[in-house]
Design a binder for this molecule. Structure first.
Ligand SMILES: C[S@@+](CC[C@H](N)C(=O)[O-])C[C@H]1O[C@@H](n2cnc3c(N)ncnc32)[C@H](O)[C@@H]1O
Length: 262
């Protein structure tokens, strides 16, 4: 009968969408990104007439405790594991690599390139020593608007200055606009073709000092080959790779930690 056929095809489509395709693409970074970051995002945006950052923010408001940064991080990870993938650094790379680098660097002044919804911003800010400052750059105004609310909900707003604009435009203004001398830690997590350009820009602008740490996400997937080639071969850096997986998948990825030697 027609209703039975309709029910059967709906169940089949839902099974494909929820389990079969995500299961099939989770070991392949490129396919996982096309599925989660292009196809599913477009389907859900169209069906719900909302954006992924807005849905992520709603999950934070629903599940996280105001003023508790770790509960915000947990709510976002749950949303990404159970509802929809999002391009945060994620819990695996976050807890195993990013948090450790922040804690061992104990930075007074941090720059984050690429805020998105503020997930890594909250992770970093919650580990900073008192009086430390984190400047985070985001050029998409819709993402920045959501990030502001996530950061405020987590209760870390007094440590964070969210700057809306392009990295290439703002890096040269860091000293005069924000009184920055040098950065102790830079987390590179914006578009991958900017990693090398912005690193050279930070060098030219005198924003790195001996011992400054650059931590670059996604150096395998989507990958930043020109950056890796430069940072691993330059005598000005001591560089180390940390193997991991693309956020919320089992596809290969990793972070590159590079210490500026002056
Ligand atoms: C991978 S997401 C950042 C994820 C975030 N660091 C986290 O882990 O929660 C990359 C973000 O960088 C922003 N972006 C990309 N290129 C940029 C640039 N040149 N300047 C400022 N923001 C940029 C994008 O709009 C996007 O929101």
């Amino acid at each position: 009968c027609i209703p039975c056929l309709l029910t059967l095809s709906s169940v089949l489509l839902y099974t494909l969408y929820k389990w079969v395709i995500p299961g099939a693409v989770q070991y392949h970074g490129g396919l996982a990104l096309i599925w989660h970051d292009v196809i599913v995002e477009w389907i859900l945006d169209t069906l719900t007439q909302s954006t992924r950052p807005q849905r992520l923010l709603a999950a934070v408001h629903k599940k996280a405790t105001r003023g508790n940064p770790r509960s915000v991080v947990k709510a976002i990870d749950e949303f990404c594991n159970q509802n929809e993938w999002a391009m945060n650094v994620g819990n695996e790379k976050g807890s195993e690599i990013l948090d450790s680098v922040v804690s061992e660097t104990n930075p007074g002044c941090v720059l984050e390139l690429g805020t998105y919804c503020g997930y890594s911003t909250v992770r970093i800010a919650s580990l900073l020593p008192p009086h430390a400052q984190l400047i985070t750059l985001e050029f998409n105004p819709d993402n920045a608007a959501v990030a502001r609310q996530v950061i405020a909900w987590a209760g870390v707003a007094e440590k964070v200055r969210l700057v809306e604009g392009e990295s290439g435009e703002w890096i040269p203004k860091m000293k005069e606009q924000f009184g920055v001398k040098t950065f102790d830690l830079v987390f590179l997590d914006h578009w991958k073709n900017r990693y090398l350009l912005d690193t050279k820009l930070m060098e030219e602008c005198g924003l790195l000092k001996k011992g400054s740490v650059l931590l670059a996400d996604n150096v395998v997937c989507p990958g930043a080959p020109d950056y890796l080639e430069y940072i691993r071969n330059s005598p000005q850096y001591k560089s180390q790779f940390f193997k991991s997986h693309l956020e919320y998948t089992k596809a290969e990825d990793g972070l590159e930690k590079s210490v500026f030697l002056g």
